[in-house]
Design a protein around this ligand. Structure first.
Ligand SMILES: NC(=O)c1ccc[n+]([C@@H]2O[C@H](COP(=O)([O-])OP(=O)(O)OC[C@H]3O[C@@H](n4cnc5c(N)ncnc54)[C@H](O)[C@@H]3O)[C@@H](O)[C@H]2O)c1
Length: 332
C-alpha cells in the first residue's frame, strides 16, 4: 500500500509563493494548515487553488490524488502542531523569517522538516538562531509553485545531510525536480542567472535601447525557447557545431572582453526609471488582468511541459515520472 511521505504540512505565509505551495501540497493529497496575518488570505488562496486545479486537469490524465484539505489557522502554533513538513514563505526579510522560526520551533513536532522558500538568503544565516537547525533547509521554488518542477535544496552549515535526503524524496514525490545546490551561495544557482539577465534588461530600458515588450520578445521568440528544453551549456555546445564546446569558447570567448555586458553595475532605480518601466509594462500587458495573465501563463506552461513529455525530456521527463508514480500508486 502506498503511504504518503507526509500526511500533514504547514505553510507559514500565504502570499504568491505560500499559496502556490498549498496548491502543490493538496494536489498531492497532503492536508495543509496555513497561517498568514493578511485579511484577504482566504480569497487570494482560493484564486490560486482555482488556477492550480484548472492546470492539473489540463496537465495530466493520470489518476490524481484525492485532494488534501486546507485550513487557515489563526496562529503559527496552530498551523504547525502536527505537521511533518513546515514550509516558510514569509517576506524576504531576515528579521521576519527568524521570528517565524522561533514561533515554529515553539510548537513543531521534533522531527518535522522546516523549509524556507527564500530566494537567496543563505541557509546558514537563516538557521543560526534556531534551537534545532539540523532539520532546517532552503527549498527555493519558482512561481507558479504548483506547475514549475524545479526546487533548489540548499543546506546550511548546521543542516543534517539526512534533512536534504528526506526533502529530496518528499519533493520528488510531489512531482518536482529537486536540485541539490551543493555549495551555499547567496541567490543559489537559478537566481544568480536570473539576476544577471534582469540587470541587463534594466540597463536596456534605462539606456533607451529597448522597451520592456521588445526585451520580452527577444526572450520568448528566441533563447527562451531553447532554454525551456536545453540549458545554457548544451545550447552553446551545439552553437559550436561538430567541434562542440571548445570551438564555441574559441569563437566567442574573446567577446567576453568586449563591452557586451554591464553586469558589474546596476542602473539606479530612480522614480523616473521606475515610471518608465511600469508604463512600458502597462503598454505591453495592461490590457490583460492579472487573473487573465495567470491563466495564459499556466496554459502555456502546461502545453510546453506536455510537448516535452512526448520527447521524454527535461521538465516533460519529470511529468512522465510523476505520472508513472501516480499510476503505480493507483494499482496498489
Ligand atoms: N515571488 C516569487 O517569484 C518568489 C519565488 C521564489 C521564492 N520567493 C520567496 O518566497 C518568500 C515569499 O515571497 P512571496 O513572493 O510569496 O511574497 P508575498 O508578499 O506575496 O507573500 C508573503 C506573505 O507573508 C505574509 N506574512 C508577513 N508576515 C508574516 C508572518 N510573520 N507570518 C506569516 N505570514 C506573514 C504576508 O501577509 C504575505 O501574504 C520570500 O522569501 C521570497 O523571496 C518568491
Amino acid at each position: 500500500m502506498h503511504t504518503p511521505l507526509v500526511r500533514k504540512a504547514a505553510v507559514i505565509g500565504c502570499g504568491v509563493i505560500g499559496a502556490g505551495w498549498v496548491a502543490r501540497l493538496i494536489e498531492n493529497g497532503v492536508h495543509v494548515r496555513t497561517f498568514d496575518p493578511a485579511d484577504d488570505v482566504s480569497s487570494k488562496l482560493e484564486a490560486v487553488l482555482i488556477n492550480s486545479r484548472h492546470a492539473y486537469q489540463e496537465l495530466t490524465n493520470a489518476p490524481r490524488h484525492e485532494e488534501g484539505q486546507v485550513e487557515i489557522a489563526s496562529s503559527v502554533a496552530e498551523a504547525v502542531r502536527d505537521a511533518g513538513v513546515i514550509i516558510e514563505a514569509v517576506p524576504e526579510r531576515l528579521d521576519i523569517k527568524r521570528a517565524a522560526y522561533e514561533e515554529i520551533e515553539d510548537s513543531a513536532l521534533s522531527d518535522a522538516i522546516v523549509a524556507s522558500s527564500t530566494s537567496g538568503i543563505m541557509p546558514s544565516i537563516l538557521q543560526d538562531q534556531m534551537r534545532n537547525p539540523e532539520r532546517f533547509l532552503v527549498t527555493h521554488p519558482f512561481n507558479p509553485v504548483y506547475l514549475i518542477p524545479l526546487v533548489e535544496l540548499v543546506a546550511g552549515r548546521q543542516t543534517d545531510p539526512q534533512t536534504i535526503e528526506r526533502a529530496g524524496l518528499l519533493f520528488d514525490s510531489f512531482g518536482m525536480h529537486p536540485l541539490h545546490v551543493r555549495k551555499e551561495i547567496e541567490g543559489f544557482i537559478a537566481d544568480r542567472l536570473l539576476e544577471a539577465v534582469w540587470r541587463e534588461a534594466l540597463w536596456l530600458v534605462n539606456d533607451g535601447i529597448a522597451t520592456t515588450g521588445e526585451i520580452d520578445d527577444a526572450v520568448r521568440f528566441g533563447f527562451g525557447l531553447r532554454y525551456a528544453q536545453m540549458g545554457i551549456f548544451d545550447t552553446y555546445r551545439m552553437a559550436g557545431g561538430e567541434a562542440g564546446m571548445r570551438h564555441f569558447i574559441a569563437q566567442f570567448g574573446p567577446c567576453l572582453k568586449w563591452p557586451w555586458t554591464k553586469l558589474m553595475d546596476v542602473p539606479e532605480l530612480t522614480p523616473e526609471l521606475i515610471d518608465l518601466i511600469a508604463d512600458q509594462s502597462d503598454d505591453q500587458s495592461g490590457h490583460l488582468t492579472h487573473a487573465e495573465m495567470e491563466r495564459l501563463r499556466d496554459d502555456n506552461l502546461v502545453a510546453l511541459v506536455q510537448a516535452l513529455k512526448t520527447k521524454g525530456f527535461g521538465a516533460g521527463e519529470t511529468l512522465a515520472r510523476y505520472e508513472r508514480m501516480l499510476e503505480s500508486r493507483d494499482q496498489t
